[in-house]
Write a protein that binds this ligand. Structure first.
Ligand code: UGA
Length: 368
């Protein structure tokens, strides 16, 4: 850092135990370390997802640790998705930069350095939104909470489709073609998971409650999504005839989404815990997530080499993650491997007509 013009803090901000707030221990430790190693005029940029006010606290730590130096502080939240990180970074929809303007030059030096850094992206027309620290910090939470709400909304519409008749994919397509809504993040499923949506929605509700402006939509989203994950297990038990005692359940997919080995807050965790308690023998397969899953899943789970082995002699097969390799499975071979014929496809990866033709008792989300 002794020669650096800018340094980015990109450490984790997990949920703090007890109150839902983000744990800022790592951010503040990084700020202190940076201060000790820094030279004057360093630009310190926070990329980690942090509550409103953290940028100012980083500035305070820097000043306190090194009163001899001048610093600039900026907030530059990240919007990349796991499994798409490089692409999302190289071709962002937008770059958000919040700059502290309270210093002697009004943040001008920081702004020109940031503009220089992002020139390769502005050259491909990525818009840069320049704003203040607090706005940039809040924009990150607002964007994640909105997407989590969008997923939760389509999940509720899918439940409604099941009650009143209707196909959620056509509803989503019909809604999404309205450019004010947009077609992405309207795929129904077993509830959102991962290291971001659950943590950030909880943190936003905590920030908002503390600020005296509770975000009731986000609070409802958090509660609905939690209930959905456990509700999915009951749905599987019902489809299996009301009991899982003595039954074998084949599980396809464990990670919170495909193309990652990440198990954090995956819907599979509460679902499998419940199925296990209900007496099922669980046979699981995930192409990437099994190592990470092992310490998190109940004892006695059988880890299989491929999808067909997980389905072997199963009374019901459950799809929890939409890996492409599952889409490519031959339904007849799947049918032959199983003892029963029930499929709970919680990611809608197969066509209901084709699966019924192949002899399955097939249930998906929000489709007849
Ligand atoms: C999310 C955001 O999409 C990124 O923009 C953000 O930068 C990132 O969090 C972060 O804050 O670091 P990520 O957690 O990698 O990215 O995963 P997503 O692709 O957003 O999926 C999150 C969850 O929502 C998954 O469990 C996924 O299965 C679920 N989901 C997503 C649906 O159920 N339906 C959808 O239509 C989309």
């Amino acid at each position: 850092m002794s020669n650096a013009d800018a340094v980015f803090i990109a450490v984790g901000t997990p949920t703090r135990r007890g109150d839902g707030h983000a744990d800022l221990t790592y951010v503040y430790a990084a700020a202190e370390e940076i201060a000790r190693a820094a030279r004057t005029d360093l630009l310190v940029v926070t990329k980690s997802t942090v509550p409103v006010g953290t940028g100012r606290e980083v500035a305070r730590i820097l000043r306190q640790t090194r009163p001899d130096l001048t610093f600039d502080v900026a907030s530059n939240p990240e919007f990349l998705r796991e499994g798409n990180a490089i692409d999302d970074f190289m071709r962002p929809d937008r770059v958000i930069v919040g700059i502290d303007r309270s210093g002697p030059d009004g943040g001008n030096r920081a702004q020109s350095l940031i503009e220089q850094l992002y020139r390769p992206l502005t050259a491909i027309q990525a818009p840069i939104v320049l704003t203040d620290l607090e706005t940039a910090e809040l924009t990150k939470y607002a964007a994640n909470a909105f997407l989590a709400m969008k997923v939760t909304f389509i999940n509720e519409m899918a439940d409604l489709c099941e009650k009143v008749g209707g196909n959620i994919h056509d509803v989503a397509r019909g809604m999404g073609l309205d450019q004010r809504i947009g077609s992405r993040f309207l795929s129904p499923g077993p509830g959102y998971g991962g290291s971001c949506f659950p943590k950030d929605t909880r943190a936003l509700t905590a920030i908002a409650q503390d600020a005296g402006a509770p975000t009731q939509l986000v609070e409802a989203t958090v509660a609905i999504n939690e209930a959905r994950k456990t509700g999915m297990a009951e749905r599987i038990i019902t489809q299996a005839g009301g009991t899982l005692e003595g039954k074998t359940v084949g599980i396809l997919g464990l990670t919170f989404k495909p193309d990652t080995d990440d198990m954090r807050e995956a819907a599979s965790l509460p679902i499998l815990a419940r199925l296990h308690d209900a007496g099922a023998t669980l046979q699981v397969f995930d192409p990437e997530g099994m190592d990470a899953a092992r310490p998190l899943l109940p004892d006695g789970v059988r880890y299989c080499e491929d999808a067909l082995s997980a389905a072997q002699d199963a009374d019901i097969v459950v799809v929890l993650t939409e890996w492409n390799m599952f889409r490519a499975l031959d339904p007849l071979r799947l049918r032959d491997a199983m003892r029963g014929n029930a499929i709970a496809d919680l990611r809608n990866i197969w066509s209901p007509d084709l699966m019924r033709e192949a002899g399955f008792s097939y249930q998906s989300i929000g489709r007849p």
